[in-house]
Design a protein around this ligand. Structure first.
Ligand SMILES: [Zn+2]
Length: 449
């Protein structure tokens, strides 16, 4: 790629960057020049991509997901339930996950994300039934195939129903197995540096599904291996009650006792923190993945993003698992976050630009990648380009606002590390009809009986 000609993405209809009215020049996976109004690139010998019909955004970054859940969307047995009973209905189905089904589930989730303008995604995989020990390796292979940048988390659960937890015995592992495999996947897959395409983080599922010993040992291991930490926290009132009964304190106190309250950690949801807890999170530089669709679908509540930001807590956006959304469309998630937060805070405190900022720069902070999420010289050439020629955009004024307000849902072009991963609204080489057929069949097999 370094030998390829620089590309001038010329004269965009609109672009989420200042001083780039005539576009940007990318080379070797990086943005090397912004071209202001009335100027031409200083870079010589550029190939030109005419962006006259495109709104150009930094590639969107998804900070929370469970890819395998694409296999259990809109499942009647789990519908219309809150988090704990929802989990209890789904665990026995997820226990039937196989390597082939996971490969398909990941392919579907990552493809949906890419086509919605996402260039970097996390995944939180925490179910490990017998035979699925290589789950993270399977995910890495799919990410490489599709050309999406990933931060995959090695999830874990070691408290089953036998120990007072929610999951059945068949999907949990013991602490030694979890820690050994965590070290293995980091050693095998984790890349360092600004051009990393695959990174690994460690991610016990939640305080109610892992032991205190595993929470602490995971934080120690993440420190030793210098990787990030992730878990669900403060998602429901049930969780507050569970922590109070089990540990005699609130979820954030417990997290702190386990050595997790630091800049290495980003947390999914963060709905039920009080003002003091938000201050502590801000001081510790722990960040939050806001999952607006999931929080609405499971009626969990609403993350107080404005109070969080005022307390110095960074906010990113996550679609969450496809069984609690039930889609993986990150651009739609931006709109959902915008609408939910505007309803909470009013028209003057939340704009479409805030929602886009959460899904780009904010999400980049969650995944610990300051070189992502922004169109500026030296940042990664990760871009999402949208056309506005659908009926839904007809008659628009401001093109950037139209993306959020008119409900953009499909990118026309997506560039990851300087390479086109989506062209003309499609992923080159991906037979979508074939994937849907095989994925549906795997889903039916899991859901049967
Ligand atoms: Zn989740």
């Amino acid at each position: 790629m370094n030998d390829a000609k620089p590309i001038w993405i010329r004269d965009p209809l609109a672009i989420l960057a200042d001083g780039a009215e005539r576009g940007i020049v990318v080379k070797g996976g990086q943005i090397i020049e912004l071209v202001p109004a009335g100027a031409a690139p200083a870079t010589a010998d550029v190939a030109v991509f005419d962006a006259g019909d495109h709104v150009v955004l930094p590639g969107l970054i998804n900070t929370h997901h469970h890819f395998y859940q694409t296999l259990t969307r809109a499942l009647p047995a789990a519908m219309d339930r809150e988090l704990f009973p929802w989990l209890q209905a789904l665990y026995p189905v997820w226990a039937k996950l196989t390597p082939d089904a996971l490969d398909l589930g990941v392919t579907v989730a990552m493809s949906e994300l890419l086509l919605s303008g996402c260039t970097t995604t996390t995944d939180h995989h925490y179910v490990f039934p017998a035979g699925l020990e290589d789950a993270v390796d399977i995910e890495v292979a799919v990410a490489r195939r599709l050309g999406v940048r990933v931060l995959l988390t090695r999830g874990s659960m070691n408290l089953s129903q036998r120990d007072g937890g929610l999951p059945p015995d068949s999907v949990v592992q013991d602490e030694d197995t979890i820690l050994a495999d965590s070290a293995r996947v980091v050693g095998k897959h984790h890349q360092r540096g600004a051009d990393a395409m695959v990174q690994i983080a460690l991610a016990p599922c939640s305080p109610f599904s892992v032991s205190t010993s595993l929470m602490r040992a995971t934080a120690d291991l993440a420190d030793k291996l210098d990787v990030r930490l992730h878990t669900h926290l403060a998602e429901t009132e049930d969780e507050n009650r569970f922590c109070q009964e089990m540990f005699g304190c609130r979820p954030l106190d417990y997290l702190e006792q386990c050595g997790w309250l630091n800049a290495r950690t980003w947390l999914a949801h963060g709905i039920f923190f009080n003002a003091d807890e938000m201050k502590r999170l801000g001081k510790a530089k722990t960040t939050i993945s806001h999952c607006a669709c999931s929080n609405q679908l499971l009626a969990s509540g609403c993350c107080p993003v404005c109070e969080m930001e005022e307390a110095g807590v960074g906010i990113g956006i996550g679609v969450d698992g496809s069984a609690s959304n039930d889609g993986s469309n990150l651009m739609q998630e931006v709109r959902a976050a915008f609408l939910l937060q505007r309803a909470r805070y009013g028209v003057t405190k939340v704009s479409h630009k805030d929602a886009l900022r959460w899904a780009t720069k904010g999400s980049a902070a969650c995944v610990g990648r300051p070189e992502l999420g922004e169109i500026a010289v030296g940042k990664a050439a990760d871009l999402a380009l949208f056309r506005l020629d659908e009926l839904r955009f007809s008659g628009h004024g401001d093109p950037l606002a139209a993306l959020v307000l008119c409900g953009a849902h499909r990118a026309d072009r997506v560039m990851v590390a300087g390479k086109w991963a989506v062209i003309d609204g499609a992923i080159p080489g991906l037979d979508v009809a074939d994937v849907i057929q095989r994925h549906s069949s795997a889903a039916r097999a899991m859901q049967a009986g």
